[in-house]
Design a protein around this ligand. Structure first.
Ligand code: SF4
Ligand code: SF4
Length: 357
């Protein structure tokens, strides 16, 4: 029997949802949503579940991830119940449920805890640089090791177990019988969604945004590859050097455009930003900018006298790799890709509900 939690409304508001109790169930939001289908109908159903506090139903659902937050439903809601913002808040809430450490929920709900974590990592980076007598070569060498271990460690210790928990909630707990072979034959779907986010293209008037997003994902992943595996800051190959410049420049240009939209609030999807949205986009912007700056200072031979830029870059990198990637908005990129994959598996297992609520 479904368990009703009357306090859920208050809980989900801590993740950024507005007051959705004004909803009178008209269904406009579902009708205007270009991603909602007969088999996977949203966001009205999620608004109802949230009003009733049906936590288990929400936790085992992939629907919040099928929304790409175009904001159309919020614009057309006659009761200002902000269903698009609710879907976004549900994604944050789900992230906290998948996360076995509990840190994701804490950081989403408490700005103070988030700021403390940022300050703590800044102190660690400065303390480490002090310990190394601010010798830039040594700090850069360890910075490079940190990048490698941070990627492997965060993935193995935090992200992989969380994906397994997501799989458990959405596939195992819903008693979906997926044949083992299907996990392999449909892996391509996971990769396509991960690298192209192609479903976002189906959102109303979203082609340019989708393109920006895709270029950003590729630039980010390539810059990661260039700095970690091609050791960009130590590279002498002109192709590698130029490649890194181009990638970081793309990241900077696109994130500046995203920040501009959030400041102007001129699009439905950038009207209501939460601290986690700001941290994500500003830290990504700073990653592109400081990486570009460090390499430029190396090429101009002025890094030795301007060590601060590498320290600043390392500080941003540490905060990005140890806070935003495992516990912040970055995880949405990962969970959404897996949600598409799991949704495909569920569709093939033919166990999805057939009617539109
Ligand atoms: S959220 Fe708004 S548009 Fe959607 S069902 Fe409720 S009142 Fe209607
Ligand atoms: S924000 Fe856009 S994609 Fe998400 S539910 Fe609303 S209309 Fe659909």
């Amino acid at each position: 029997m479904a368990k009703i939690d009357p306090n859920f409304k208050d809980e989900i508001k801590k993740y950024g949802a507005f007051d959705f109790s004004a909803c009178y169930n008209c269904g406009n939001c579902t009708a205007v949503c270009s991603l909602s289908t007969e088999e996977d109908s949203f966001p009205r159903q999620m608004v109802r579940y949230s009003m009733l506090g049906l936590q288990d139903e929400i936790k085992t659902s992939l629907k919040p991830w099928l929304c790409y937050y175009c904001g159309e439903c919020s614009v057309s809601c006659p009761r200002q119940a902000f269903p698009g913002e609710l879907m976004m808040s549900l994604r944050r809430w789900l992230t906290s449920k998948y996360d076995w450490t509990g840190l994701s929920g804490l950081l989403y709900k408490s700005l103070g805890a988030m700021i403390f974590a940022f300050i703590f990592l800044t102190a660690v980076v400065v303390g480490f640089a002090y310990y190394e007598n601010f010798e830039v070569d040594k700090i850069m060498k360890y910075g490079h090791y940190f990048e490698m271990f941070a990627i492997a460690g965060v993935f193995a210790i935090i992200l992989l177990p969380n994906i397994i928990r997501m799989w458990y909630f959405t596939i195992v707990k819903t008693k979906t019988k997926v044949k083992i072979g299907m996990y392999f034959t449909k892996i391509w779907d996971l990769l396509v969604h991960m690298f192209t986010q192609k479903r976002a293209k189906d959102c109303e008037n979203n082609n340019f945004r989708w393109l920006e997003h895709m270029v950003l994902v590729f630039s980010y992943l390539l810059l990661l590859f260039t700095t970690v595996f091609l050791d960009w800051f130590d590279a002498e190959n002109i192709f590698v050097i130029v490649l890194g410049y181009i990638e970081s420049l793309f990241i900077f240009i696109i994130t500046v455009d995203f920040v501009k939209d959030r400041i102007k609030k001129n699009k439905a999807l950038s009207k209501n930003s939460q601290p986690s949205d700001w941290f994500f986009v500003i830290w990504l912007l700073l990653m592109g900018l400081t990486a570009f700056g460090v390499r430029l200072f190396i090429d101009l031979n002025i890094l030795e006298n301007n060590k601060w830029i590498y320290l600043f870059h390392l500080m941003i990198l540490a905060q990005w790799a140890l806070i935003i990637v495992p516990f912040g908005k970055w995880t949405h990129f990962l969970y959404r890709s897996f949600a598409m994959y799991f949704a495909k598996l569920k569709e093939l297992a033919n166990l999805k509900p057939a009617s539109k609520n």
